[in-house]
Ligand binder design. Sequence first.
Ligand SMILES: [Zn+2]
Length: 734
Amino acid sequence: MSVLGFSRPVDWTSFKSKLRRGLTAAGLTATAAACADIALAGPGLSLRAFAGSLGLGLGFGLAIGAVWAGCAQLLARAPRFASWIVWPGLTSWAFAELALSLRAFANLGTRYHALAVGTLVACGLAAIATGLVLVLVQPTRTGTPPLMRAPAWIRWVAALALVIGAVVFVYLDRSQFPGQYPSFHTALRGLALFCITVLILLSGIVFSPRQRTVRNLTLACIALLVLSPFPLLQAPFQPALETMLSRPFAALPLRTGRLLTDFDCDGVSGVLGGGDCEPFDSEVSPQQREIVGNGRDDDCYGGDANPIVAAAHQSRVPVPAKPSPQHVVLITIDTVRPDLMSVYGYERNTTPELARWFADGTKFTRAYAAGGWTSIAVPAILRGVNPRRLQWTRMYETNRYRYLKAPLGAQLRKGETPRAMFLLPLSDPHWSLATYLRRRGMFTAAVVDGGFTEILSKKWGTAEGFDTFVEINLLARNLRNDAQTADQAIEILRNRPQGKPFFLWVHFFGPHARSTRHPGIPLAGDTERDLYEGEITYADQQVGRLLQVIDEQTDRPITVLLASDHGERIHSARSRSHGTDHSEENIRVPLLAKGPGFPTGKVDAVVGAIDLMPTVLDITETPGPPGLDGTSLRVIATSADDYRSRILIVDTFIFDKSAGDTGTTFRLDLVSAVSDPYKLTMNRLDKTLGLHDVDDSALAGRNLLGSRDARDLEAALRTYLAETGGAPLIVDNG
Ligand SMILES: [Zn+2]
């Protein structure tokens, strides 16, 4: 091996020499990156994950090195201008594909115009730069590539630029839009590996054992290493898979290996723990739903199960004769994390109003969302069943910001394309909470701010069961905020029909991204976290005004319940998001209750937003339908010890939104069983299971599967998935 910049001008002409250089550079880079990423995964290094990453990284790198060597050999024999056409041509094609998958073209001229232009510019620059670098490292017919022939100082500058490039790409990968835009992240990882590979080519490091025996032995060892991941990672749901897929440079070779072995093109591989139980039948994979009694394990989990589809016998639920003894107010604030609320002990005084008002209420300290996104979480709250029990319809948001329901048919206008796709339970047969309450004579009202989305719109059925339904989204733009939400709710309370018990649901949207600054709200700084805290404080102020008016309603006892639909993860000083994983930040929510029967103080039993409907039914003495997933929080609060071993379910699923895809392919499908203190998360598509201790920060990020007893949690997941059929049920006939 020779020192950087001083490499002896050895042979570049033969195919063998190019192959050696390519294999050394790409092989070393991919292997080192994958292994280092696993080694840096934190305490409790998984040997299986390490060995798997070593073999897959090596195989991945060697394959890329061989492809490069082959192309380089062909181009070395062709006239020089061919390199100038082929390499930039290839990189332009690759980055055009990337831009397409990021919907950069479709988003031009829309609300995301600036981001789309930025994406196109970045892709263009990256295509030019990588194309140029490939031309510069392309060996000529007579030998050494231009970059390697350049003066030493140029090679040093190039080396420095490559190192900086690699660092920048790794930084961007880990700080920007984590969990979103998978192709963007794959590109960043590829670019980082590319920089280091070229650096090694430049350095002149070449692996070439001279003795034949040594060489043969080495080749045998390499072959063994490259093949070892196949038996090593064959079983799905093993901890090594979760570790590898959570580490970017270990995930890249694993995902590539799975992609190349997905023979039936159903998005799932039958090897490397991919979990496709029928690798040559695209009708059978974890993307599919279980079909009752067809003798086939359609979703490759738990055999041929018997899904329980919602039986709509709600009309048989008795209607009580006595009026509700209480009024109930349900306040949901979108996207709020309890650990950033002073009512839960956060050091900054972000929620003084809630802290004051709920001082003599119940604070549930271990509360979870039903789902990671509004569109999954809120329908579950309003129907009292976990998301997978609902029946879903595909919804499209087009580049003209129209919301269209599947089937698309002829709904699209000229030049209009779907730009986002999600699910709403438009034809779900479950009755909503408000329907039961109105039916038994309560006045039901809602004030709902869906922000920039139509997800909670009356148009899509959220108003079902409400006598009054106010949509903040329909107001003039300058009125769509938390102050207006509070004002509208206050107005309803002041004008409500007298003598009737009421149920009021108010959904605030303010803390959801994007952040805005509110006059008079002090901020600790300028980061996204500071702005987010400002939004929470502003929402607290507005909820506070509403709580004052709630205090004036003295004709009947009143219970107030406050929760969020899901949490939020702060990734960097400039970015935050939710719904991309089941971290505590994303799925833990505040849950506060005050009213007759709720004790003062903290309750640390595991509870969830799914408990809200049973709670309201309990408080209003309304019989509910069978099969609700939650339990009354009033019951749990007064006998928390009986609920110590409780297990809650959290769901998150989202479609693959890549270019033009309007199918039913899921990109992310997570389901967690949460207890005290362990949380078991299954990624149905990746076939991984992660067991995490939610209390022990020293173990954070460490997969405890195998070292702790998780049988109850696994059984809960298995039962839930068997009852619901695995993949979410889509019933839109599209
Ligand atoms: Zn939300």
